[in-house]
Ligand binder design. Structure first.
Ligand SMILES: Cc1cc2nc3c(=O)[nH]c(=O)nc-3n(C[C@H](O)[C@H](O)[C@H](O)COP(=O)(O)OP(=O)(O)OC[C@H]3O[C@@H](n4cnc5c(N)ncnc54)[C@H](O)[C@@H]3O)c2cc1C
Length: 509
């Protein structure tokens, strides 16, 4: 290669990570780089990853993807949040929505006014917060529509993400990337060549002897991490002491009779079960800890918990929650499962792919010898992983459940200081000590902390600035406005049928 520049980019792996990476690089750096993607049909992809968060809309915008076209091709649906069932204690449920709850007044978040309205006692219904959530009402009524703002009020409209068929999504992005010049090579990687002095990767060799040379490599080989982990020897930081689930069983089932616009995550004896509504089927899976539940019992539990008949046998997946000690080493970056894994409780993995790709493009080095960009990239990815990790731990740890060994472990385990601090601050004052660049908004932390049963002892004193009469009127008006707005939305099912009904030909292909 030319010492001063990087002109040949090799992406290894063609799952969701590989094709998002290829699509984004082709779109933003395609004039400068020759991009080749190597994947093996014989090895296949992890084949899950069907629920997302609203940041994916930004990816679609950058790529210029039409939302309705993409949902038609992937059998997709809209998502307003995640319903958590039986987490804080058995019999409870709450929706972690993508929207705000109520309306902030001045500099004071809505939940402080709501907390004030409950008085100073300790036994209050935390679920009454959701009476003021547009998303909650729309989700409960299975309604969805494009709503940027509620009427002429200051209330924000519906923030949303998508559910889609994972294999269709990768195929959709593949078509996009190939149309923009990405060259796909089919083959199994057998060896990785490195330069003697620098240790940089120079080429990969395929099982049939072909050699693919490059200046910069992106490892999207999934849990195997063939380049970053195996060839470069970058170790793995194991977080399973805080997030002990290490296995999943995935199974599709028939389509739900009513397509609800949210993911469901139901807590189980030693983990949790997901339900993702798609237009042509339902995605389901049980995430569990093998230290607390046997595989056979897990399979029975998954099948017994389905809402519609199974369309196959449960497929096992093993993982260790944690991350690579470095995300970028030498001239190689790991993206997707090759970079680490945070379990799918908050649907963050596809977001991490997108966020890593965009960070890498922003920091893409002009010169292979430069290490400043690499250090910055590693620093920011590490912080992002740790922030999401803490948010996930919150769901397991902040619970009153003591009904199984697994839940007793989670409830009493030591958690990172960064999370302890947030829990203590919220319990004392209702304030959220989130980092400025935290992926999860204040409203997310509030909903999950309250939903898990952590009621703050006090509210922000600035919420006392309005009179009791004004407070009561404010809350009553909000309820009326929200109920009216939801009544005006179409059924989710009708919206899909009208704008993005799945294309049967592409789903059958
Ligand atoms: C149980 C579970 C549920 C999940 N749910 C969600 C969710 O709801 N939302 C979300 O955002 N994320 C979810 N994820 C994560 C999501 O599935 C992944 O982030 C996403 O699919 C990206 O995977 P990947 O492309 O990194 O790896 P993979 O899909 O495993 O792809 C690896 C690629 O590398 C290739 N490869 C490997 N070895 C070789 C070799 N030797 N030679 C050539 N090619 C090779 C394979 O052929 C394949 O193309 C979930 C993950 C799990 C485990």
């Amino acid at each position: 290669m030319d010492e001063s520049g990087i002109t040949r980019l090799v992406i290894v792996g063609g799952g969701t990570a590989g094709w998002i990476t290829a699509a984004a690089f082709a779109r933003l750096l395609g004039q400068r780089l020759a991009i080749e993607l190597v994947e093996s049909e014989a090895i296949g992809t992890v084949g899950v990853g069907e629920a997302t968060i609203p940041q994916i809309i930004r990816l679609n915008t950058i790529l210029g993807i039409d939302e309705h076209d993409f949902l038609r091709h992937t059998g997709g649906t809209f998502k307003l949040g995640i319903e958590f069932v039986d987490w804080g204690r058995k019999g409870t449920r709450y929706l972690h929505t993508f929207g705000e709850t109520g309306l902030a007044l001045g500099h004071v978040a809505f939940h402080h006014y709501w907390r004030r309205s409950l008085g100073q006692g300790t036994h209050h219904d935390p679920m009454s917060l959701w009476d003021y959530s547009l998303h909650q009402h729309a989700a409960a009524a299975a309604r969805f529509g494009k709503l940027e703002r509620v009427g002429n009020t200051a209330l924000a409209g519906l923030a949303y993400a998508y559910h889609f068929d994972a294999s269709r999504y990768a195929a959709y992005l593949r078509a996009y990337a190939e149309a923009r010049g990405v060259v796909r090579t089919e083959g199994i990687v057998a060896a990785v060549e490195r330069e003697g002095t620098s240790g940089d990767i120079t080429a990969i060799t395929l099982a049939d002897g072909r050699r693919v040379a490059g200046d910069f490599f992106i490892d999207c080989t999934g849990f195997r991490a063939l380049l970053l982990g195996e060839a470069l020897g970058v170790g793995y930081e194991d977080w399973s002491r805080w997030l002990p689930c290490d296995r999943a069983l995935a199974v599709p089932s028939e389509r739900l009779p009513v397509l609800v616009p949210y993911t469901r995550a139901g807590a189980r004896e030693a983990g949790w079960q997901w339900r993702i509504p798609l237009q042509h089927r339902t995605g389901n899976g049980l995430v569990y800890s093998s230290s607390f539940l046997a595989d056979e019992a897990a399979a029975e539990m998954l099948l017994a918990g389905l809402d519609t008949p199974a369309l196959g046998d449960p497929r096992p997946i093993r993982f260790t929650t944690g991350r690579r000690q470095a995300f970028w080493a030498h001239n190689c970056v790991g993206i997707g499962l090759a970079s680490g894994f945070l379990e799918p409780l908050e649907s963050t993995s596809i977001h991490l792919i997108q966020s890593h790709v965009s960070r890498l493009i922003q920091l893409f080095p002009g010169n292979r010898r430069s290490s400043a960009e690499r250090d910055e990239y590693n620093r920011r990815c590490a912080a992002e992983f740790a922030q999401i990790r803490d948010f996930l731990i919150l769901h397991y740890h902040q619970t009153a459940r003591e009904d199984s060994e697994f839940w007793r472990y989670c409830r009493h385990m030591a958690v990172p200081d960064s999370l302890t601090h947030k829990l203590e601050l919220f319990a004392a004052s209702g304030r959220v000590g989130r980092d400025v660049d935290d992926l999860f908004r204040e409203a997310s932390w509030v909903q999950v902390m309250l939903g898990q049963g952590l009621m703050p002892r006090a509210h922000d004193p600035m919420a006392d600035q309005i009179s009791p009469g004004q407070l009561a009127e404010f809350l009553a008006n909000l309820k009326t406005i929200i109920t009216r707005a939801v009544a005006g939305l179409p059924a989710h099912e009708d919206y899909l049928a009208r704008h993005c009904a799945a294309d049967p030909a592409s789903l059958a292909a």
